[in-house]
Design a protein around this ligand. Structure first.
Ligand code: RNT
Ligand code: ZN
Length: 415
């Protein structure tokens, strides 16, 4: 008997169908953010880097600078990650022909056709995001909630342009495309007016979402605070959840770096599921703040995946990633964070949810705790190894040799 067969038998004693778990995991897409590859620099302002609401730290060699470099790095990472993939784009990754630059309020589908061709060729889905930061039209840290009507209009037009691009991408791929609006709007110090900016943001969103676009899944991403924006965030959790709850086609995106450290997205998913048929996620790892460290195989990641599985919500929760570490090899960062996400999903599919639920319902909390703990030392590694083998990706740390080679032969030439 192989290790896999023996592990499979142990799981089946707990009533778990390993084959079925692997099949379900294979079919659940993970939306991989393109911005891990270049520290969110984008192509519309290559010297700009991040700023005005967002920050990547570190200076590791080899950042992708062009569409060709970014897609090559993405494919390298993707070749080491099992399962279905989507690529999550930001509007700042528009591709302009020589002399064809336009500002963000004027971008069109044509600026993303190379991405669509890339995605189609490799069987990836696409998701999309307006880029409402790192731009001179951010005034006093405000965009869609700005009292300056010129500023507000610019960003409304940008978000409308993005929804239309997302629609066309969806049409081209025969798919639905998530369009996620996140804005950094907020104040460093005590506000003189907390309501005004929120009324403006509400009005901006109403204008942005006016047009019905069947291939677009609209969502809005809240945040609690950021560096330099400590006192007030316009797009807070209450604001966006209320907005989404009162607009049937708009969904709240949960980013697990965007809450007080004692709050958990794993608990927010089942709080929203009774009300929303879609819940998009940004999975990240905040260290002390929304630092967007690379996702690791930690308790909260596993708990998030458990909630998706036991809430029977694999069709409702859209798994997306949002981390960007510029201090380590960026391709390796992609592989580590995404493999961990895929791993946690498979792990969650291998827990005895029905048994545990029955124990909770019958008030047998002692046996519940016992089983929960015993499950932690089940031979999951043997299932993961088999899962990777079946997907033709390395099952252990051996993938790293390929990254070292890639760093030497490709990334190092980008100085
Ligand atoms: C920022 C938000 C947002 C961005 C990306 C780049 O705090 O999490 O999702 O990270 O859109
Ligand atoms: Zn996010």
């Amino acid at each position: 008997m192989t290790r896999f067969e023996s592990a499979k038998e142990k799981y089946s004693r707990l009533g778990i169908d390993v084959e079925k778990a692997m099949e379900i995991a294979s079919n659940k897409a993970i939306s991989i953010h393109c911005w891990q590859g270049d520290d969110l620099t984008g192509f519309d302002n290559p010297d700009g880097g991040t700023g005005n609401g967002i920050l990547a730290t570190g200076n590791y060699m080899g950042r992708a600078r062009t569409f060709e470099e970014l897609t090559a790095d993405f494919l390298k990472a993707a070749s080491m990650i099992p399962g279905k993939k989507r690529i999550n784009l930001h509007a700042c990754y528009a591709i302009f022909e020589e002399g064809g630059w336009v500002d963000r309020d004027k971008i069109e589908y044509k600026h993303f056709i190379p991405w669509v061709e890339f995605a189609r060729e490799h069987g990836f889905g696409i998701d999309f995001n307006p880029t409402v930061f790192s731009h001179p039209m951010m005034k006093n840290g405000l965009s869609l909630s700005s009292p300056d009507e010129k500023v507000r209009k610019f960003w409304i037009d940008h978000c409308i342009a993005c929804r239309r691009i997302a629609q066309k991408i969806g049409e081209a791929l025969g798919d639905k495309v998530l369009n996620d609006i996140w804005i950094p709007d907020g104040l460093k110090d005590i506000p003189a007016d907390r309501l005004g900016p929120r009324m403006l943001l509400k009005d901006s969103l109403d204008k942005i979402f006016e047009e019905k676009l069947p291939n677009v899944i609209d969502c809005i991403e809240s945040k609690v605070f950021a560096i330099g924006v400590e006192s007030y965030t316009v797009g807070s959790s209450e604001f966006y959840i209320s907005y989404a709850a009162s607009h049937p086609d708009v969904y709240p995106l949960l980013d697990n770096g965007h809450y007080h450290p004692t709050e958990f997205v794993s608990d927010k998913i089942p709080a929203l599921l009774p009300f929303f048929d879609k819940i998009p996620l940004h999975i990240t790892r905040g260290v002390r703040w929304d630092s967007d460290h690379v996702v690791i195989f930690d308790d909260e990641l596993k708990e998030i995946m458990k909630e998706i599985v036991r809430g029977d919500a694999l069709d409702k929760v859209l798994i997306g990633l949002d981390f960007f570490d510029a201090a380590i090899n960026r391709v390796a960062a992609w592989v580590i964070g995404t493999r961990n996400t895929a791993k946690a999903l498979l792990w969650a599919l291998l827990q005895p949810h029905e048994t545990l639920k029955a124990l909770q319902d019958s008030g047998n909390f002692t046996k519940n705790l016992m089983l929960l703990e015993e499950c932690k030392t089940m031979p999951f590694a043997d299932i993961w190894e088999e899962y990777c083998n079946r997907h033709g990706v390395p099952a252990d740390e051996s993938w790293y040799a390929d990254i070292e080679e890639y760093e030497k032969t490709v990334l190092a030439t980008r100085q």
